[in-house]
Design a binder for this molecule. Structure first.
Ligand SMILES: Cc1cc2nc3c(=O)[nH]c(=O)nc-3n(C[C@H](O)[C@H](O)[C@H](O)COP(=O)(O)OP(=O)(O)OC[C@H]3O[C@@H](n4cnc5c(N)ncnc54)[C@H](O)[C@@H]3O)c2cc1C
Length: 472
């Protein structure tokens, strides 16, 4: 290691790894320090239940990963990353055994919403599909880390996306489209009536049509391992089992880049109350299952989808989100996001068996047990589910926060995705990746474009770092 490094990165989540790679591939010397024993943060894979069952404790489905302009520019396939596509990216079943679907095909998706809403859906997504790659790059580079390549489409997207998702839902007449879109917004734990929440639904839908919602062969760890292997080939060093508590714990460097919560960064770098107004959102309660076979969904579409959303109606979903985010109580009928990687990836479990995860939203810091409510929901849509369970690993907010210091109070988005904080995080600033300390930067999902395994916060932050390094 040189006596003075160009950059030190704290935290080896997808954003920390991407920031480190982006700097190393531009010739800067980089070292990365991670508190846990393995790299990956929210993109890891572990045998959480039984031998041979490879679970993703956090992210498992990757609409944002496969569509990420940052990942697409890196040779991750050469380092072992392979995207595997289920027949359907996502299904949203209903208690009567029917389902709405998010398919690669906009026409199939529209048809699943029924004749009264099919045209509305096509008109909603069609204008953006041909420009998706440019739009994704422009949108995920906001605010102002790169000049928009197509400002007109970005502005049109802003007009469609800035209203609350409740406005978007009103465009549809039937529950199929309404519930599916309400569920999409809930992926980032945003309140349905929140500013700019239509953007969330649109991004997930467009991502499905452009490149799908794949899983990574072998588990999400493959994404992190590919980034880490590339970083090492570029000359970067990685130090695990190294929790950073103070800047003095780190070697001398010209820049320190934090893939941590804003609160931790302020504490470690001695920046006082810099992020005192930053708000954390609701937590989640997650269960990883080892199953004795596939989930017995009633709706056939759900049996071939990688991700399955569980919420009987947009109203039920809204009620569940409100309970967790505003009313300080766990929902009776939680909205569930579930992922079954085995429909696309046979390597996750012994032959004939499956791994499966489900989570529901709970208040930040909640210490109860949501297992029964989650399984009652699953039984509504997959009768006999409980009979397939071989083992389960449960994690509520305290366990999630122990697994990863960034999930404060179980908030897996590292900061509420509501109000202006949905776009302007971690502060109201046009330069969200910098801090008042000229050598300290932040690159976690607490910065734009927010939560998800896409590395774009790391990419954008790296840009701010190399601009500063080239000036000094
Ligand atoms: C249950 C769950 C399900 C999810 N599902 C999906 C999904 O299907 N698809 C998707 O795209 N996203 C999903 N996400 C979100 C996604 O995982 C995160 O948004 C993403 O991992 C954020 O990346 P990051 O690099 O900002 O931070 P993280 O991935 O949280 O990584 C931060 C890293 O920093 C380390 N660290 C923190 N503090 C210190 C310190 N002081 N010293 C050293 N190291 C430190 C942590 O140990 C961690 O490794 C899910 C998250 C969870 C928890």
């Amino acid at each position: 290691m040189p006596s003075m490094l160009d950059a030190v990165v704290v935290g080896a989540g997808p954003n920390g790894l991407t920031a480190a790679v982006e700097l190393a591939r531009r010739g800067f010397s980089v070292a990365l320090f991670e508190a846990k024993g393995t790299v990956g943060g929210g993109a890891r894979t572990e045998e959480l239940t039984l031998p041979g069952f490879r679970h993703d404790p956090c992210a498992a489905a990757h609409p944002l990963g496969i569509n990420s302009p940052a990942f697409r520019a890196l040779p991750l396939d050469r380092y072992g990353l392979e995207w595997l596509h289920p027949t359907l990216p996502m299904a949203h079943p209903f208690p009567d055994g029917t389902a709405a679907v998010l398919s690669r095909s906009p026409a199939e998706t529209a048809a699943s919403f029924g004749p009264r809403d099919a045209g509305t859906y096509r008109r909603l997504v069609q204008p953006f599909l041909p420009q998706w790659d440019t739009l994704a790059r422009d949108f995920m580079s906001l605010p102002l880390t790169a000049l928009p390549r197509d400002p007109v489409t970005l502005a049109r997207f802003g007009l469609a996306g800035l209203p609350p998702s409740t406005w978007l839902l009103r465009r549809f007449r039937d529950e199929k489209a309404k519930a599916l879109f309400a569920g999409l917004v809930a992926h980032v734990m945003a309140p349905l009536g929140g500013f700019a929440t239509s953007t969330v639904g649109l991004v997930f839908a467009l991502a499905a049509h452009a490149r799908g919602w794949p899983v990574a062969r072998g588990g999400s760890q493959a994404i992190s391992d590919a980034l880490a292997a590339y970083l090492k080939d570029l000359g970067g060093s990685i130090h695990t089992d190294y929790e950073v508590k103070r800047l003095d714990d780190l070697p001398p460097a010209r820049a320190y880049v934090f893939d941590t919560s804003p609160t931790a960064l302020a504490r470690i770098a001695g920046l006082g109350d810099l992020y005192g107004r930053y708000r954390y959102g609701p937590g989640v309660f997650k269960i990883d299952y080892a199953l004795d076979g596939p989930v017995p969904w009633t709706a056939p579409e759900a049996r071939v989808a990688g991700t399955v959303q569980i919420g009987a109606s947009s109203e039920e979903i809204g009620t569940a989100l409100r309970a967790a985010s505003r009313e300080g109580r766990a929902p009776d009928a939680p909205f569930l996001i579930t992922v079954q990687p085995g429909v696309a990836d046979p390597t996750r479990a012994p032959e004939g068996k499956q791994v499966f995860w489900a989570y529901g939203h709970v208040p930040n810091g909640w210490t109860g047990d949501l297992t029964d409510a989650i399984e009652r929901q699953l039984e509504r849509f997959a009768p006999g589910f409980r009979d397939r369970v071989l083992a389960r690993a449960t994690a509520g907010p305290p366990e999630l926060a122990t697994r990863n210091a960034n999930y404060i109070g179980g908030d897996i988005a590292t900061g509420a995705v509501s109000g202006l904080q949905i776009l302007l995080r971690p502060k109201l600033s046009l330069s969200p990746y910098t801090t008042p300390h000229p050598a300290v930067f932040i690159c976690s999902s607490a910065t734009p474009p927010g939560p998800g395994v896409h590395g774009m916060s790391g990419h954008n932050a790296a840009k701010a770092v190399w601009r500063r390094l080239r000036q000094t």
